[in-house]
Write a protein that binds this ligand. Structure first.
Ligand code: 5AD
Ligand code: SF4
Length: 433
């Protein structure tokens, strides 16, 4: 979602007469779009501000600095105190006001806005966008789940769903502009329900019906909102790609309860089994936290067990990071850093092995690839398989935005390589033969 936000900020500032600088040295304005989800991400902001300031002092050319995103939302006052050189502080729901704020700052007053007017923001942004072969579409923002470790409900605010008719208009414009794939975005995307009662499965069906849209993905989902209707959609809607990012966080029911996750290890596994019944080739990805306060060795091993049972295609895993203002940060059973590091290493080695196995199983298959960008070598392009694997191959006449059949010849941990099989271009979904 930060990529989406950054693009929208660039569009807004572009409409206000600014152009993208070739490099940071040429910039009159530097916007740092920030993440507050873990401490490491948040701390980066201060070192980056320091670096920009030093650069400005050296060259004698001082760029205006704006801090946007969730660090701005959560630590606005602290930023102003720790980094007085910052000119603009704007939260994730107020960035439609960024052009006006830069004018205030240019007149010599620091501009700060951490309001949460989510729908007003989207209204101000409009639906005109630059399309890419795979384009993001934010359909929902914020979260009402309040997992005890997480800052999102505080930084992004309450759950807000954008009206379906406006989303469909935006999706149609993206398709007209050349988008072949739409990635529906939200912090809790499958909790989507607009004010007229349009639910998430329904919305996916309507986006799939748009001429030119061949692929749909969505992220990120909560296991508790994987309704029967949504699971069925994975079997019924041709354009819905066989890939789902479904964070489980832990395999221990006690830890899940302490995290205020409203699912259990068993209900999660049941959901995965139901998805595999309707779409046997679906690739599953997940998020994990190790070392949540009070997590015992036996409870951590339950996480390894669920990894074993789920067989992930891809995953993100993190050491628990205490976040100010969240209930878990003040629990008195914090886990030692060394224990967290050791558990993370064990978990990641299991997940990496699964990811490699998943990719190796693609060798010899012929798969449809949506070409997204040029590759490193002359004539080479990079695209995505239905299972979200990056695939490198020689274009042999195909262009960015095309969907072509590629025979997979080799697999690495993070990508595949192959050769076009022209006779099979554009036949069927997923695997061709
Ligand atoms: N510490 C570590 N990981 C976290 N996440 C969210 N909050 C924290 C935290 N305090 C992880 C979760 C979530 C992903 C986006 O980030 O796994 O799904
Ligand atoms: Fe954070 Fe996701 Fe939990 Fe919401 S559902 S509080 S975004 S981890």
């Amino acid at each position: 979602m930060n990529v989406y936000d950054a693009e929208r900020m660039e569009e807004l500032l572009g409409a206000d007469g600014m152009t993208r600088a070739e490099s940071q040295d040429d910039a009159d304005l530097v916007v740092l779009n920030t993440c507050h989800i873990r401490e490491k991400a948040a701390e980066k902001v201060y070192s980056e501000i320091g670096r920009i300031r030093k650069k400005g002092e050296k060259s004698g050319r001082k760029a205006m600095v704006a801090v946007a995103g969730c660090v701005a939302q959560a630590e606005g006052e602290e930023i102003a105190r720790r980094a007085p050189s910052v000119d603009v502080i704007v939260g994730p729901q107020a960035y439609h006001r960024l052009p006006a704020m830069t004018r205030t700052a240019a007149a010599g007053t620091r501009a700060v806005d951490t309001d949460l007017p989510t729908l007003a923001k989207f209204k101000a942004l409009g639906t005109a966008r630059r399309a890419r072969p795979s384009s993001f579409l934010t359909i929902q923002e914020g979260c009402d789940k309040f997992c005890t470790y997480c800052v999102v409900p505080y930084t992004r605010g309450a759950e807000v769903s954008r009206p379906a008719d406006i989303l469909l208009e935006e999706a149609r414009k993206l398709a007209d502009g050349g988008a072949r794939e739409i990635v529906l975005l939200g912090q809790n995307v499958n909790a989507y329900r607009d004010e007229h009662g349009v639910g998430f499965g329904d919305l996916i069906g309507r986006v799939a019906a748009i001429h030119g849209i061949e692929r749909i993905r969505y992220t990120t989902s909560h296991p508790a909102d994987m309704t029967d209707e949504l699971i069925a959609a994975h079997g019924e809607i041709q354009a819905l790609m066989p890939y789902l990012h479904l964070p489980v966080q832990s395999g221990s029911d006690r830890v899940l309860k302490a995290m205020n996750r409203s699912h259990t290890a068993e209900s999660y596994s049941d959901t995965i089994a139901a998805l595999r019944r309707v779409r046997p080739d679906i690739a599953i990805s997940g998020d994990f936290i190790v070392g949540f306060p009070g997590e015992t060795e036996a409870e951590f091993e339950e996480t390894l067990k669920i990894v074993d049972a789920t067989r992930y295609a891809q995953a993100y895993s993190f050491k628990y990071s205490p976040r100010p203002g969240t209930p878990a940060a003040t629990m008195d059973t914090q886990i030692a850093e060394l224990v967290k590091a050791e558990r993370l290493e064990r978990l990641q080695s299991a997940l990496n092995a699964q990811q490699i196995r998943f990719n190796q199983n693609s060798v010899g298959l012929c798969v449809n690839v949506l070409i997204e960008r040029p590759g490193k070598r002359e004539g080479q392009v990079v695209g995505k398989s239905p299972w979200l694997q990056s695939v490198h191959f020689d274009a042999e006449g195909a262009a960015i935005g095309d969907i072509v059949a590629v025979e997979i010849e080799s697999a690495g941990p993070n990508s595949l390589a192959g050769r076009r099989r022209m006779s099979d271009d554009r036949t069927g979904r997923g695997q061709v033969a």
